[in-house]
Design a protein around this ligand. Structure first.
Ligand code: TXA
Ligand code: MG
Length: 318
């Protein structure tokens, strides 16, 4: 059932059930963060390894008190600036948060989404929600109710319809070590946004020591159709002569449009637009039987860095 009222969703969640949950980033598969049964069901539905922890969603800052042991000063600054919104903080968990949620880690990932329906629901129940993106492990995150429906259909009783996700890309995840802010996943909040708020931050998502976000595994966010992330579209196209190709440009279409067997799409040079629409486009293209999807790399700044991270992980070439 797809509905835009929260009443039935509340009842399902109170009874340890799972729903499709709209946020401004991507849709989540949500259940009570205090229900082992709900947590187990989420891992099972997603076919997600149990060592990959879940994000806890709250509706007000007061809820932090029960679930974390401390809030570093820079976390407070970021909360004031970016919540509600697409920023997830790794904070030391209290005993109220089970090891199932955090995969045994001492920190719990927490965010307050800004989607009005998500906030309304979170504030109508007296427990936080765990919600990983509502896709099977390693596939493209959903940005519309129909994506969630096609992944899980009758396996979940309800999808709360909040329309298309305005950001369209996952939240940015940051943690704290001493006075240092560390970025574990780039997302809808850019490095520039963070640095203008708390000064220099460290990027952990590429080269750094141990992997703290297991979900940052190299292969991720993948369509079934092979995807190639390209800096030289013209050259790469030559390698797939006589194949059915979709080409996705960041900026202008060029005269490839007139080539037979090649369909071209463009984000019109707009990073916000690209972020809001990338996953939706990949879902569409994936259903059209192309032999290959070739995506032009984005300019490597702001949201472009996040989008490059996603298409590189979705690509079959690393
Ligand atoms: O935008 C989002 O964050 C969406 C919406 C639904 O809120 N959720 C989302 O969840 O993207 P998920 O589970 O698909 O990705 C969460 C990532 C995973 O890579 C996981 O490994 C990491 O967060 N994570 C969760 N808890 C963590 C923790 N305690 N320490 C380190 N990484 C953690
Ligand atoms: Mg995910």
């Amino acid at each position: 059932m797809i509905t835009s009222t929260i009443h039935l969703a509340e009842t399902i969640l109170k009874n340890n059930g799972i729903i499709g949950f709209p946020t401004e980033t991507v849709y989540g598969l949500a259940g009570s963060a205090f229900s082992d049964k709900a947590i187990h069901t989420i891992f099972q539905l997603k076919n997600r390894p149990h060592n990959n922890p879940l994000i806890v969603h709250i509706g007000s800052v007061h809820q932090l008190e029960g679930i974390v042991r401390e809030i570093p000063p820079k976390a407070n600054v970021l909360i004031n600036q970016f919540w509600p919104g697409p920023l997830t903080l790794l904070l030391k968990k209290s005993s109220r948060i089970s090891d199932l949620v955090t995969a045994g880690q001492d920190t719990v990932a927490i965010r307050m989404p800004s989607h009005p329906l998500a906030l309304e629901l979170l504030n109508s129940i007296d427990f936080p929600l765990v919600a990983p993106s509502a896709n099977p492990y390693q596939s493209i995150s959903p940005t519309m109710p129909k994506h969630v429906d096609s992944y899980f259909g009758a396996k979940i009783p309800l999808i709360l319809d909040g329309g298309p996700c305005s950001k369209g890309i996952e939240s940015t995840i940051v943690g704290f070590e001493g006075d240092q802010v560390i970025v574990y996943r780039l997302g809808a909040i850019t490095l520039e946004d963070l640095e203008s708020c708390v000064g220099t931050v460290l990027e952990n998502n590429k080269s750094h020591e141990k992997i703290k976000s297991p979900g940052m595994a190299k292969k991720h966010y993948s369509p079934k159709t092979p995807l190639l992330c390209s800096s030289f579209i013209r050259n790469d196209i030559q390698k797939y002569v006589s194949k059915k190709i979709a080409v996705v440009y960041f900026d202008e279409l060029d005269d490839l449009e007139s080539n037979e067997g090649i369909d071209c799409y463009s984000f019109q040079g707009d990073l916000q637009y690209a972020s809001a629409n990338l996953y939706g486009l990949l879902h569409d293209l994936d259903s059209r039987n192309y032999d290959i999807i070739i995506i032009e790399k984005f300019p490597d700044l702001g949201l472009g860095k996040t989008l490059n991270d996603r298409i590189e992980r979705a690509s079959f070439k690393h």
